[in-house]
Design a protein around this ligand. Sequence first.
Ligand code: SAH
Length: 394
Amino acid sequence: MNKAKIVLKSGKDDAVLRQHPWIFSGAIKKTYGETNEGDIVDVYNNKDRFLGQGHWQDGSIAVRMLSFTDEEINYDFYKNRISAAYNMRDSIGLINNAKTNIYRLIFAEGDNLPGLVIDFYAGAAIIQTHSIGMYLLRHDIAKILQEIYGDRIHTIYAKSKESLPKSTAFDIENEFLFGDKESIVALENGNKFEVNWVSGQKTGFFIDQRYNRELVGQYSKGRKVLNTFCYTGGFSIYALEQGASLVHSVDSSAKAIDLTNENVELNGFGKDKHDAFAVDTMDFMKDMPEKYELIILDPPAYAKHKKVRHQAVQGYKRLNATAFKNMAPGGILFTFSCSQVVDRRLFESTVLAAAIHSGRKVKILHHLSQPADHPQNIYHAEGAYLKGLVLYVE
Ligand code: SAH
């Protein structure tokens, strides 16, 4: 089958020449040949210079670049990329780690595999695709994972119904490609978490807060802690583990609150030190039962598109201002944004605006980001999606 040829408009090749992995539909001058979603296409500039190849998809990002050479893109190509990601994690101590068996094996553009995410939970690999090209490869990817892990893998689950464009997701189902386990108790820094990839949000757990949870643990000793948007209670467990005097967890989802309570129990903590509330964070913070000395704000992405960025900024401002206003003197605020379209500068200036609004004296203690198993491809600024600040509020 002949590959289709995509020719870019004049001047639209700058980003791809710098190895940026996305070609937007507006940059395309002409397409030669047939393009079906998920096909590999060749990309050329306006002067007929070959730029590379990637997966075609109808939509705003038309090509997700896989290679900037003319190498053949086949099973071995994907196996090499997945092995490289595995070797990187091995070299930083994540693969055979007695205390942590939760990690992200593939982080899309960060691992030169745009459209593909694979999370690993104690022998279960959850494949989540964000492009049709990667979705169509799921059986090959499962085979590669089995070749790499051998008997260290017992389950492979493909979960893309929630992550693919709605038009495609409409007629696909999530499926087991190997094994049939739906959940497992896995370890993060020695803490136990029940992870359910079938019924849970995303792939079942938010792996990207691992380092930041450690820091919350460090600062929690003797403090009254409020963990908002808690989901499975990750931050709450670390706070309890490190000797918080009290931890309150808040999430609007009753299911998340059940999961948090289960994880608290699983780690051997009782109701004396922990309570959980299924309510909206803003409602809870407007009328707080305690003066908390450490507050965590980890909301879901408020903006998924640039069009709604302004509203998202207003949302972050209100949320942070409410936390500043109600925080005990000498309290510590951990505040995050995972919206890709709100970059670090914008996030930090929004938190600044919230601090000004509250009139409190605030010091920045740490700038936080995502862990090493969510690496940022240096040519893809958008890959740095998780931003956080740790603030001391006088
Ligand atoms: N901090 C979590 C991940 C947060 S994910 C962790 O470490 O794992 C975002 C969570 O916010 C989801 O569980 C979602 O149910 C919850 N949520 C969304 N809107 C909310 C709101 N208005 N108030 C409280 N929780 C909310």
